[in-house]
Design a protein around this ligand. Structure first.
Ligand code: ZN
Length: 352
């Protein structure tokens, strides 16, 4: 299938400029409110300092409940049992981003490596796309009880009997690393928590330490709370403005432990489509707004989506093509970056 985005290139630049004018307007308006912290405002100096925006495209390789049809909840118990459509979408998405000059950063749940064939993922890695660790069973790393870790352990508690949630999380991360090495011959590039946390890992220094101990220097765990309810049509502009404000406020930082946080940027596919029944056009408009702000301010955008959701909600890869267009038409103001590269720049920008 040919890429469809090139036909839209001229208009996307114009649309981006229109968005820039609007976002500058409401950023100024919001600057007086509590929504924007000094750190976020400082982010606006990025462009002045000549920094190029870093745009990451990331896909989490797991099945998503309610796809392809609303009644599908069994995926909650077998997140790693990827179907053919999901694998095909991942491969084609990687091909498109590569063709546009970037790399796509995947995060995989370890159970994927129990599947008969993982050649498709090996090929993705061999064409230069990094793959990170997303735990073996898609566990909640902040769980206080075994039942809160994952649906699988509610149905099959004997799998984790007698062990603490912390020990199970440690093993879930370690097993994924082993499975990756075994089946596709590489170690994970970074770690993303299943589920995003509004406060990242601020409240769990022991999890920060656990990741550092396993050799990870960065994590992607923070997904900011933002408005997404569009049941009232009059809300739409408020939702868009809130998404850009939260995106602005969710830039990479370093925890006191030394672990780097690379937040996920709103809006994610499951938040838009599953939680709030957005239309694809609305999803695209929100992405355009957030990426345009990012490019204009030399900041970071970390697109988060799931092929298992997108093959149903965005079968023509319009979101990924849109992001590629915005980078390619940025006149050098933006670059594709995987999260490893973003972590490097976060380290470089630390006071010496
Ligand atoms: Zn996930």
């Amino acid at each position: 299938m040919n890429r469809t985005h090139s036909a839209n290139s001229a208009t996307s630049t114009i649309d981006r400029r229109r968005w820039l004018r609007q976002t500058v307007g409401f950023a100024a308006m919001l600057a007086g409110s509590r929504l924007i912290t000094p750190k976020a405002v400082a982010g606006e100096t990025g462009a002045l300092a000549g920094k190029r925006a870093q745009i990451a495209i990331t896909l989490d390789l797991e099945m998503s409940a309610q796809y392809p049809t609303k009644d599908q909840v069994h995926w909650n118990y077998e997140k790693g049992n990827l179907n053919e459509e999901t694998k095909r979408y991942a491969v084609e998405a990687a091909r498109r981003v590569k063709q546009a000059g970037g790399t796509l950063h995947f995060f995989v749940v370890g159970r994927v490596f129990e599947q008969e064939n993982t050649d498709w993922l090996r090929e993705i890695v061999q064409t230069g796309h990094p793959v990170g660790n997303h735990t073996y069973d898609h566990v909640n790393v902040k769980a206080k009880t075994p039942e809160d870790l994952q649906f699988r352990f509610r149905r099959a508690p004997w799998l984790v009997e007698g062990r603490t949630p912390h020990d199970i999380v440690v093993e879930n991360i370690r097993l994924t690393t082993e499975a990756m090495k075994n089946r596709i011959g590489v170690s994970p590039t970074g770690f993303r928590t299943p589920g995003g946390f509004n406060n990242g890992l601020h409240d769990v220094p022991e999890i920060q330490q656990l990741l550092l101990d396993q050799g990870y220097r960065w994590v992607s765990s923070l997904y900011p709370a933002h408005q997404a309810d569009i049941s009232n049509a009059a809300n739409w502009n408020d939702v868009l403005q809130d998404i850009v404000a939260k995106q602005q406020n969710s830039q990479p930082f370093v925890y006191p432990s030394g672990l780097i946080e690379i937040p996920m940027s709103p809006v994610s596919d499951v938040t838009a489509f599953r939680a709030h029944q957005w239309k694809l056009e609305q999803f695209l408009e929100a992405i355009r707004a957030a990426v345009s702000w990012t490019i204009d301010n030399g900041a970071m955008f970390d697109f988060l989506a799931h092929p298992s959701c997108l093959y149903v909600t965005d079968p023509e890869f319009r979101a990924i093509d849109l992001i590629c267009d915005l980078v390619q038409n940025s006149a050098g103001q933006a670059e594709f970056a995987d999260l490893e590269r973003i972590a490097e720049r976060t380290t470089e920008s630390l006071p010496k």
